[in-house]
Ligand binder design. Structure first.
Ligand code: UGY
Ligand code: MN
Length: 298
């Protein structure tokens, strides 16, 4: 009886993907098959702290911080309370201390949490990675934002984000760069509702979360690569980037370094850092990418 229940527990664990094997025979090892039926972006908020055999090695991290780029991996995240927010812990992953003109942070909203207000003239974009967040906007309307949904709040627009249960969001903020009489408007949407755009000379799938009109001084790109696909252009450009890998894995080239990366990783790219990505593994890569646009470098 005892051994039967142990056996059925074992089978259940295998079927549920909690136990994975690699089989080695005659010098060859097969990669374990991955049964992954988790919710969308689950890996981004529940990353593998890999390589798993080094997970507990004191001092080991894949994180790197250099003059023109940084890779910040989940085992390096340090969360602390956000000023003005209630019941929320945040990890700032990119800030002007690195040379960026924007911030990118993960905010873990707990039960009955509420956001604070951005500083004067600062615009905000939030993207939901886990859970459900309610946006109360400047007009008094309420919007329920689920995983894969986002909201752009123009500078100085009164709003609050509320959550009754645990939720994780990624937040981008930047001091708005006013241009002529253009005025950005609030935008609410979800990735799956955005059309696939043309990418001449490239193979990746591209969606943009914000309108491309001059009122907006940045955009967030959602980029998809099938395993084996890569950037054709070995990009070097004046724009800066903040990247969150939402799904998949591959190799990111930044300057002269080549990094294995996976869902949950964050990358800061300074202007002009040489950049290239190749998707590997068995599942598609999706990443979310901040890019400043529509303004003269002067
Ligand atoms: O639009 C871009 O600059 C984008 N293709 N860059 C990148 O993926 N590193
Ligand atoms: Mn780029």
């Amino acid at each position: 009886m005892h051994s039967f229940s142990a056996h059925s527990l074992f089978v259940t664990l295998i079927l549920s993907g909690f136990v994975r094997f690699s089989f080695c025979e005659q010098g060859f090892c097969s990669v374990p098959s991955i049964i992954d039926e988790q919710p969308l972006y689950w890996k981004a908020t529940n990353p593998t702290l890999s390589p798993s055999h080094l997970q507990d090695l004191p001092g080991f991290t894949r994180s790197v911080y250099k003059k023109d780029h940084a890779l910040i991996t989940p085992e390096s995240h340090v969360f602390s309370p956000l000023p003005d927010w209630s019941n929320t812990l945040a990890a700032y992953l990119i800030t002007p201390a690195m040379g960026s003109h924007f911030v990118m942070y993960l905010a873990k909203m707990q039960e009955n949490s509420k956001s604070g207000f951005p500083p004067e003239d600062v615009e905000r974009l939030i993207f939901v990675l886990h859970g459900v967040v309610t946006l109360n906007d400047a007009s008094g309307a309420q919007h329920k934002l689920e995983v894969d949904s986002y909201a752009y709040l123009p500078p100085n627009s009164q709003h609050s984000l509320n959550s009754v249960a645990a939720a994780t969001i990624v937040v981008f903020e930047r001091r708005y760069d006013y241009f002529e009489n253009y005025k950005p408007e609030q935008v609410i949407g979800s990735t799956d509702k955005q059309p696939l755009l043309e990418t001449p000379g490239e193979v990746f799938g591209l969606r943009k979360l914000l309108p491309t009109s001059l009122a907006y001084d940045f955009n967030i790109h959602i980029m998809d690569f099938q395993p084996g696909e890569f950037l054709n252009v070995k990009e070097v450009h004046y724009n800066q980037h903040g990247l969150l890998l939402l799904e998949g894995q591959g190799i990111y080239r930044l300057s002269d370094s080549w990094y294995p990366v996976q869902a949950g990783d964050t990358i800061w790219m300074a202007p002009f850092v040489p950049q290239w990505y190749g998707a590997l593994g068995k599942t598609k890569t999706r990443y979310l990418l901040y890019k400043d646009v529509n303004r003269s470098p002067f």
